[in-house]
Design a protein around this ligand. Structure first.
Ligand code: HEM
Length: 505
């Protein structure tokens, strides 16, 4: 083929040139958008945009470094997608609360490649669909409903402390996260699905194997593929950000439970039942003139049950591991906490109840300080759903706002010596962390973490059980200070955290 009558090039070469140019344009077309908005932006490269540094470094450090280099609010190309990243409390307040109606949605992953039902995860839903589903789920997390779960959690915590007792007697160090994950598997199985698993003692159960597959498959590689490769191609190549076999397993488990409950007309106060009740109530005909509700389906309920497992397992497991690590390496804090727990139990005839949990103020500080330093979610996000102006920045519909949770909570401007573990910082004058936009471990605004109260309840309960019987100490093989793996979206220690426990007399 002749080009402009000048050079003769073979057709195959021309096709290659057109394809390469097309790909190049596809991956670079959006470059310049952020700079035009007046945002300082690191220089992007084709295909990767600005993400390369995240693949090879410790992601939370990258976020802190970027905030120092480019300011608390800057532009960032997630592959080819222009986004704004911010750890500025004023902008976070505007996006998550004041202008929430323009930022109702999260970043979307197309999960069709795994199972269409997964597009019903509440995290995936947008606008009115999300609002409706959240309204149905919220009543399951009220203090009244959570109280009913205390006996279930108590049983699982008793099993854990009996195992810890054996390890204390053997004077053996052990991987603490393994123990917490087994405990949490039992808690979620009983509180979410009404299954008494006892995986802490009975190993190798399929529920546990599949739960681990579901939670641990994600990594940056899958995440990036999910962004740049269309869902049908991912499906064809059998690549997914979630393990399809594990999802199918849990879907069947939940369907079987629903089926059995309907046949036997039985009930249990777990999340599944609460959601089924809410579904029935939501779909009941009304004779008022209210606008028509979006009917909920079993599919939505099943999707949320699986999501709870996914969202609540690793987050609570890593929080608990970091709390006990901090207590082992800060014995003074542990003693103060032990005395708070002991006094509270003495006043309450040794019983744990919901009211007592809410009175443990130092426990609250220890947990929140751990979450500040080691947040399980280092970022969250919102997608702009209608053009809007935020603190002088004109944000277009469709643009993604990355909220830098770790960078914010480890910013010297808000937390003096942020690398220090010091729960007392929360009782110092002027530090009303729960009501400030500088503390974001559970997110903020109407789309914050729906499971926060449940998570805090189970974490506090298991800590009480442990502290009243044991002193947590470092072992010869405990890594101090902690070092973390690079290229991950969550804080995973290079070496698993190993500790010892000693019986208190
Ligand atoms: C220490 C434990 C936990 C932490 C640190 C945590 C953190 C978070 C964060 C940061 C978000 C995003 C919030 C935002 O964008 O403003 C979130 C959302 C969410 N979390 Fe949690 N979470 C924890 C435990 C749980 C548990 C136990 C459950 C369920 C039982 C759960 C269910 C959810 C759900 C369903 C959402 C999405 C809410 C929505 O889109 O409306 N989380 N969580």
């Amino acid at each position: 083929m002749e080009l402009f009558g000048l050079i003769s090039i073979p057709t195959w070469l021309l096709v290659i040139i057109i394809i390469v140019t097309g790909i190049y344009l596809y991956f670079t077309w959006t470059f310049g958008t952020l700079e035009a908005m007046g945002l300082t932006t690191p220089k992007p490269i084709p295909i990767f945009g600005n993400i390369l540094s995240e693949l090879t470094h410790f992601v939370p450090d990258v976020d802190v470094k970027h905030a120092k280099l480019y300011g608390k609010t800057y532009g960032f190309y997630f592959t080819r997608i222009p986004s704004i990243r911010t750890s500025d409390p004023d902008i976070i307040k505007a996006v998550c609360v004041k202008e929430f109606n323009s930022f109702t949605d999260h970043m979307k992953f197309d999960l069709r490649s795994v199972d269409p039902m997964m597009n019903r995860f509440i995290t995936q839903l947008s606008g009115e669909d999300w609002r409706q589903t959240r309204n149905v789920l919220t009543p399951s997390f009220t203090s009244g409903k959570l109280k009913q779960m205390i006996p279930f959690i108590d049983n699982c915590a008793n099993e854990l402390t009996s195992i810890l007792g054996e390890l204390a007697d053997a004077n053996q160090s052990f991987e603490i996260k393994d123990k917490f994950m087994a405990f949490l598997t039992d808690v979620i199985a009983t509180c979410a699905f009404g299954i008494d698993l006892n995986s802490q003692r009975m190993k190798d159960q399929e529920f546990v194997t599949q739960a681990k597959r579901l939670v641990f498959q994600q990594n940056m590689f899958y995440l990036i593929l999910a962004f740049i490769v269309p869902a049908p191609i991912l499906k064809f190549l059998k690549i997914s950000i979630m393990n399809a076999e594990a999802l199918a397993f849990f879907k069947k488990v939940i369907l079987d439970i629903i089926d059995a409950r309907q046949k036997n007309k039985s009930r249990r106060s777990d999340f599944l039942q609460l959601m089924l009740d809410a579904l029935e109530e939501n779909n009941a005909p009304t004779d008022s003139n209210e606008p028509k509700k979006i009917p909920m389906t079993y599919e939505t309920v099943i999707a949320q049950s699986v999501l709870f497992l996914f969202a609540g397992f690793e987050t609570a497991g890593s929080t608990l591991s970091f709390v006990v690590y901090n207590l082992a390496t800060h014995q003074k804090c542990q003693e103060r906490l032990y005395h708070e727990v002991k006094d509270a139990l003495d006043k309450n005839d040794g019983k744990i109840d919901y009211e007592m949990l809410s009175q443990l103020s130092y426990m609250d500080m220890v947990i929140h300080e751990t979450l500040r330093r080691y947040p399980p979610a280092i970022r969250t996000d919102r997608t702009c759903t209608q053009d809007c102006m935020v603190n002088g920045i004109a944000i277009k519909k469709g643009m993604l706002i990355g909220i830098q949770i770790y960078a914010l909570m480890n910013d010297e401007d808000y937390y003096k010596n942020p690398e220090e573990f010091r729960p007392e910082r929360f009782e110092e004058d002027g530090c009303d962390y729960k009501n400030s936009f500088t503390y974001l471990a559970f997110g903020v605004g109407p789309r914050n973490c729906i499971g926060m109260r449940f998570a805090l309840m189970e974490i506090k309960m298991v800590l009480i059980h442990i502290l009243k019987q044991f002193k947590i100490v470092v072992a010869e093989d405990t890594q101090v200070p902690l070092k973390f793996l690079n290229g991950r979206f969550n804080l995973i220690p290079e070496k698993p955290i190993k500790l010892k426990v000693e019986r208190r007399n």
